[in-house]
Design a protein around this ligand. Structure first.
Ligand code: AMP
Ligand code: MG
Length: 330
């Protein structure tokens, strides 16, 4: 399984460069890593169960963690799932974009995609290459294109690091804009339930849907988004999280300090062991760099890492959700 010749297809013009090769590979049951605006995905044609099974093998992904089905436009949602008119209208208004809807699946979506569930996560990515690929090949089942347990890849070089020689094709179309995975909203209940916070914030969701609830699994409960029970996004080195003012305790230690530009300027001027995540005033830059910074920590000369604690509103809420999963237990 680790000796496949991986085609690297570089795309400069997102709208016009040929994607014929990756499209054919998908149709023939191969795996293709492709860019989206959230993170890179590892795709198989959703209607080919044997191709879908390979995704789990290649990633080392637990069999009970379902994949997301990517389609190119909201008018095709009823080809893969059941949705009532009221929600379809909303979905048409707010997509394409970094949000996944959990809906009752149609019969043509195999249980290999949904890990046995009667529901399916459906997403309409805004990235032109992801859209074109699905328009050409059909619905694409994909999780993030990393080895299970590692932070999701936000560029092709990272996908190559994890998956070269394991899959048929990797499309390289530059960096993902958001850098964290899509928001997941379960629309099969009376009130929309947010299973995973993401680029579309809780505040935005409340405006879109009227009311939404945020799902937090109890310790003793099987989580609704099966992926939530796994330790995710984690660097191999120890990572802890502290208040911005406490980061100065780590100056000149064998520790990489991950923080915002503003925090560096306030507390850590002229300090070397600092990695700037982005700007507090432009928090989407922090989301975009978060996973890259975790992978950088593992490759760096430092023994461990410490990351700034952020507030929990807007996109920071989603950033903090990922940081909490990345910090070491105990
Ligand atoms: P990834 O894109 O790698 O984050 O993986 C897909 C995520 O979507 C996982 O966390 C899954 O648990 C979640 N997901 C996919 N389909 C469903 C579904 N039908 N119900 C709940 N969660 C889902
Ligand atoms: Mg993932």
């Amino acid at each position: 399984m680790h000796n496949i010749e991986t085609k690297i297809v570089k795309i400069e013009d997102l709208y016009n460069d040929s994607i014929d090769q990756p499209c054919e590979i998908l149709k023939n049951g191969g795996l293709v890593a492709f860019p989206t605006e959230t993170v890179y995905g590892l795709g198989a044609l959703a209607t080919l169960p044997d191709a879908v099974k390979k995704i789990f093998q290649v990633k080392g992904r637990p069999g009970d963690n379902p994949l997301i089905v990517h389609i190119d436009s909201a008018d095709k949602i009823r080809e893969v799932a059941y949705v009532d008119d009221r929600y379809l209208e909303i979905i048409e208004k707010i997509t394409p974009g970094p949000i996944t809807f959990v809906l009752r699946k149609r019969e043509n979506i195999p249980y290999e995609v949904t890990a046995g569930l009667e529901t399916v996560g459906v997403r309409i990515p805004a990235h032109p290459v992801a859209q074109r690929l699905s328009r050409c090949a059909g619905p694409i089942a994909a999780p993030s294109a990393n080895l299970s347990g590692k932070p999701s890849p936000t560029d092709a070089a990272t996908v190559i690091e994890d998956l070269r020689y394991r899959i048929e094709c990797i499309i390289d179309a530059g960096e993902s804009a958001f850098g964290i995975e899509s928001t997941i909203v379960d629309l099969t209940r009376t009130v929309p339930l947010v299973l995973r916070p993401g680029p579309i914030t809780m505040e935005e969701l409340s405006t879109i849907f009227g009311a939404v609830e945020y799902y937090q699994p109890r310790q003793d409960e099987k989580p609704l988004a099966p992926g939530m029970k796994y330790r995710h996004y984690a660097p191999e080195k120890r990572l802890q999280m502290v208040e911005p003012s406490e980061l100065a305790n780590f100056i000149d230690k064998d520790v990489l300090i991950l923080c915002s530009k503003e925090t560096k300027e306030s507390f850590l001027k002229n300090v070397d062991n600092v990695y700037v995540l982005g700007e507090f005033e432009r928090p989407y830059t922090i989301a975009q760099n978060l996973y890259r910074s975790l992978r950088y920590l593992d490759k760096s000369k430092y023994e461990e890492g410490v990351i700034e604690k952020f507030p929990e509103y807007g996109i920071f809420f989603s950033i903090m959700n990922r940081i909490k999963k990345a910090i070491s237990k105990g």
